[in-house]
Design a protein around this ligand. Structure first.
Ligand code: ATP
Length: 452
């Protein structure tokens, strides 16, 4: 993980948020290559979940929502984590996660009293991650919603407007709009990529647990009780997508939730085997029954039931949800692609990202920087390719160095313009993974924007 974090910083993928002010916990900024990678993940996800599905549609809902939305969803009362503080160094810990580390499961529905009991019973086995002491304050619930003063001009707002604790609520709010204004008919899905904010007690593990992150969500609306088959299919499709995008299957696994929230019928995570800390949740797949639309019907007073246009049957659709954090995905894709190998006598670091995810698809180099005719030809090739794919022109340093740099950022192809190019119109195309070089006519150079 240290090597990946170091590469992410060194090569302009991810920077600590507000770094020049000393850094802000749980915040990260994506640099020039990070944002390309992030956008490519989003585009691939969108293609798979919207473009390629006849009955899925996209949405982009406003981040600020009526505060009652978060009452209806249960976030204002139930969206909390159990917090305790080390009495020696004041470090805050998330009690359920610390218990999990020693093999003890804390039920999400557990009362504060019961949780305190469980924590006390195991206190000797739990050490403060900072100072190692085992002396903690009593456990209390800490709500994760982030409040704002949006629209509060007097400072007397009794019900604050929150930043979204999860991206999916905007989908439920627009279910009726979509049914009323488009040809969508149950079963159908809505997809959204949106920001989420959580006042995480202990942001940790780089992009894994941050206080601001993005979620890629789908909500599939179905007839009541027709959940089982569709749920199994969706679970498998999501797993297969990660493999298709280049993640090694042995680094992925399903994990079923032991404790379900009261309305859920089933819940599984797709876990990724993150370097240093092992398998942990990358995406949640939840069978949510009719909870969401029922709650919003109740709290808004608007009937969100669906009338089947063919049978006239009226019901509140059930929802199957997939929700994946973009940061956790990006970290998984980078980790899985990170490779150290030997080329000739040199050790190199290479990011073996799939073509679709690679930030830069092609790099174009003149063999020598001080030969204007080579540079001019290389520019000509670069100008042609950049119309189709994200590419880079580089004439800095020797060619070996340029290859290493592109290997580290995961560029699948490097095109070199040499003296033969000037006479026969061919270039060498080097493959990132095999380092093999082929001669190709400039006229035949073709790189697809995406392949998957
Ligand atoms: P955890 O148990 O790790 O806190 P969660 O079960 O609360 O996660 P969900 O509410 O199901 O997570 O959110 C769906 C997805 O959003 C997660 O699978 C994860 O990829 C992402 N996610 C959740 N919390 C964070 C966070 N603090 N930082 C980055 N990504 C997150």
């Amino acid at each position: 993980m240290e090597s990946i974090i170091s590469l992410a910083k060194r090569r302009g993928f991810v920077y600590q948020g507000s770094e020049i002010y000393g850094g802000m916990a749980g915040m990260y900024d994506f640099g020039p290559y990070g944002v390309e990678l992030l956008n490519n993940i989003k585009a691939a996800w969108w293609k798979e979940n919207v473009q390629k599905r006849e009955n899925y549609f996209g949405l982009d809902s406003a981040m600020f929502k009526d505060p009652r939305v978060w009452d209806a969803s249960g976030h204002t009362t139930g969206f909390s984590d159990p917090l305790s503080e080390c009495k020696k160094c004041n470090t805050r810990i998330r009690v359920d996660k610390e218990l999990e580390k020693i093999g003890v499961t804390a039920d999400e529905k557990m009362s504060e009293e019961h949780l305190n009991q469980l924590f006390n019973d195991n206190k000797d086995k739990i050490k403060c991650p900072k100072c190692g002491a085992s002396d903690f304050t009593p456990v209390r619930s800490f709500n994760l919603l982030v409040k704002t003063n949006m629209g509060d001009f007097t400072g007397e707002n009794v019900q604050p407007v929150y930043l979204p604790g999860e991206a999916c609520q905007g989908i439920y709010l627009n279910f009726k709009n979509v049914v009323d204004t488009t040809r969508a008919k149950v079963p159908f899905g809505l997809a959204q990529i949106g920001k989420a904010f959580r006042n995480e007690i202990s942001p940790r593990n780089f992009l894994f647990r941050t206080r601001e992150f993005e979620q890629a969500d789908t909500q599939y609306f179905i007839r009541p009780n027709e959940n089982k088959e569709a749920y199994e299919r969706i679970k498998q499709e999501r797993f297969d997508w990660y493999v298709k995008m280049g993640i090694k299957p042995e680094n992925l696994r399903f994990k079923q939730h032991e404790n379900l929230v009261f309305y859920a019928s089933d819940a599984w995570d797709i876990e990724y085997n993150y370097p240093s800390y092992g398998f942990d949740e990358m995406e949640g797949i939840h069978d949510r029954t009719d909870y969401d639309l029922s709650q919003h019907s109740k709290f808004s007073g608007v009937d969100l039931s669906y009338k089947d246009p063919y049978t006239g049957e009226k019901y509140i659709p059930w929802v199957l949800e997939t929700s994946a954090g973009l940061g956790r995905m990006l970290l998984a894709f980078m980790s899985d692609a990170y490779t150290e190998d030997i080329v000739g006598d040199d050790k190199r670091t290479v990011l073996k990202l799939s073509y679709d995810l690679a930030p830069i698809k092609v790099a174009v180099f003149p063999l020598l920087k001080n030969k204007p005719e080579l540079v001019a030809k290389a520019r000509e090739v670069y100008d042609k390719l950049k119309e189709t794919v994200r590419c880079e022109f580089d004439d800095n340093g020797n060619i070996g160095k340029r290859y290493r740099r592109q290997d580290e950022i995961g560029t699948p192809h490097c095109v070199v313009i040499d003296f033969d190019t000037l006479t026969d119109g061919t270039v060498t195309v080097r493959d990132r993974d095999t380092t093999e070089q082929k001669r190709v006519a400039i006229a035949d150079l073709s790189f697809a924007p995406t392949r998957a």
